[in-house]
Design a protein around this ligand. Structure first.
Ligand code: NAD
Length: 438
């Protein structure tokens, strides 16, 4: 169903946005940070007031369940709250008498016009990983949301305008590759923040870096959830279902490979299949085409010899039901590729060591979880696993706004991650000032 049509930006539109943003930045960087964050305090109040309405827009265009959409907007508001602390976050260091009579200090200054390119699955939260921090640091911002979910961004920016956004400081443009390319090559744009799939993240990173821009490009994922025999099975099953099937599996933190260790497999799978078959409310996939692609992966799983314990292909249109495959091997497509749907592949191993070895062979390194009652196993797993975010008895290890979103390997290209202190470093230049007075 078509609920809205949007106008795509041409290269000329992008150029106009970049020039206007640059002009606005020249004034904004002179505004003291304590005054800049007043905009965000007013914005936070408006977001609270319009929380349910924004969540409804999000749910309507994305297909996410309303409660999930509300939780997402809440996460976005938390980003704004953290960015309100920019006067403390932007502080530099200083040391007197680094040599006789010479003092040294570091300061952070904004970098100019920054741009953000965001995916369909978090239409409120992911843009808010970016623009509240960038603006609080003294930059201007251009946002290009996913063309599949433009309306949440429209409403979020309307509210920012209502909060008193200075003219030209933030622009919202729509489009696909052509609009993104215009951003990547524009000389006035100094930094690019990207969140989306790995092939596009690689392209964005290479192209923008070759243009001399600062880049952070967060990519796709294939996350593993390890279950030890000593885990609390009912709570573990709850965690697995929320992680693998919540938002219909369309989360970069969704765990889509289940790795039962030793004797965990029997009781775990019995309960998991029983709970899954008992039914729960599912979100829809973003488009009917994507749902068809997910059904194609299920076909492939069966063709390659995996055993379907639950088969979600009976859903129609944008709906696919929860699917669980047992006896999945490393070579199978469903073990290797990001499906971005409610499909869980079970890969049994004998020991924790085998689990770590299996997980570390993945080219992705976004997130992973372990369920166990043993502090020793949890500690060993957390320290040896090659992933940027680790959940211990937590199925979706989403860092809060004041910590970084820290993917590794093919899940991240760049140096400074999203939100937390990394965002402050990403959206500022550092300057070292040494002074001596005669
Ligand atoms: P996508 O890569 O298709 O699109 C992301 C953005 O890039 C959109 O704004 C889109 O318009 C643009 N784009 C698409 N193709 C492009 C191209 N060829 N050149 C330039 N720009 C292009 O991703 P999606 O389908 O919207 O989102 C799902 C993906 O995002 C999944 O892979 C998921 O894992 C990933 N994701 C990652 C994180 C993370 O934090 N690592 C968070 C959310 C989503």
């Amino acid at each position: 169903m078509v609920i809205a049509e949007i106008q795509y930006a041409s290269a000329t539109d992008v150029d106009r946005a970049a020039r206007s943003a640059h002009q606005a930045y020249l004034d904004w960087r002179e505004v003291p940070v304590v005054d800049r964050v007043q905009l965000l305090y007013r914005y936070k109040a408006l977001l609270e007031q319009h929380w349910s309405e924004l969540a409804q827009v999000l749910s309507d265009e994305n297909g996410k369940l309303l409660d999930d959409a509300k939780a997402e907007v809440r996460r976005g508001i938390q980003m704004v709250e953290v960015a309100c602390g920019m006067p403390s976050l932007m502080m530099g260091d200083s040391l007197n008498d680094v040599a006789s009579g010479i003092d040294c200090k570091t300061i952070r200054q904004p970098i100019g016009v920054c741009a953000g390119i965001t995916p369909f699955n978090f239409p409120a939260m992911v843009p808010m990983w970016m623009f509240p921090f960038a603006l609080a640091c003294g930059n201007a911002f251009i946002l290009k949301p996913s063309e599949k979910v433009p309306l949440t961004a429209v409403r979020a920016v309307e509210l920012l305008n209502q909060a008193g956004l200075p003219p030209g400081l933030m622009h919202l443009i729509h489009g696909e590759k052509a609009a993104v390319d215009a951003l990547l090559h524009h000389p006035l744009i100094r930094a690019i923040s990207f969140v989306g799939s790995t092939p596009v993240a690689k392209y964005i990173y290479a192209t923008a870096a070759a243009e001399g821009k600062r880049v952070q490009a967060l990519g796709g994922a294939k996350n593993h959830i390890v279950v030890m025999p000593d885990a609390d099975m009912p709570k573990t099953v709850e965690g697995i279902i929320a992680s693998a099937f919540g938002a219909a599996g369309q989360r970069c933190l969704a765990n889509s490979v289940l790795v039962p260790v030793g004797d965990a497999a029997g009781p775990l799978l019995d309960l998991l299949v029983k709970q899954t078959k008992s039914g729960f409310e599912m979100a829809s996939l973003i488009t009917a085409d994507h749902a068809q692609r997910v059904r194609g992966y299920i076909d492939k799983g069966i063709a390659e010899g995996a055993v379907a314990l639950c088969d979600g292909r009976n859903g129609s249109g944008r709906f696919v039901g929860p699917t669980i495959f047992d006896a999945v091997t490393r070579e199978m497509t469903i073990a290797r590729e990001e499906i971005f749907g409610p499909v869980l592949a079970v890969m049994r191993v004998a020991t924790l060591n085998d689990a770590i070895e299996l997980v570390n062979r993945s080219p992705f390194g976004n997130a992973t979880s372990i369920f166990t009652a043993s502090g020793k196993s949890a500690r060993e797993y957390s320290s040896r696993v090659e992933a940027g975010m680790v959940g211990v008895n937590i199925g979706v290890a989403a860092p809060m706004a004041f910590f970084p979103f820290a993917g590794w390997k093919n899940s991240f290209f760049g140096d400074l991650h999203a939100h937390g202190k990394d965002a402050v470093s990403f959206y500022t230049e550092q300057k070292v000032i040494m002074s001596r007075w005669f």
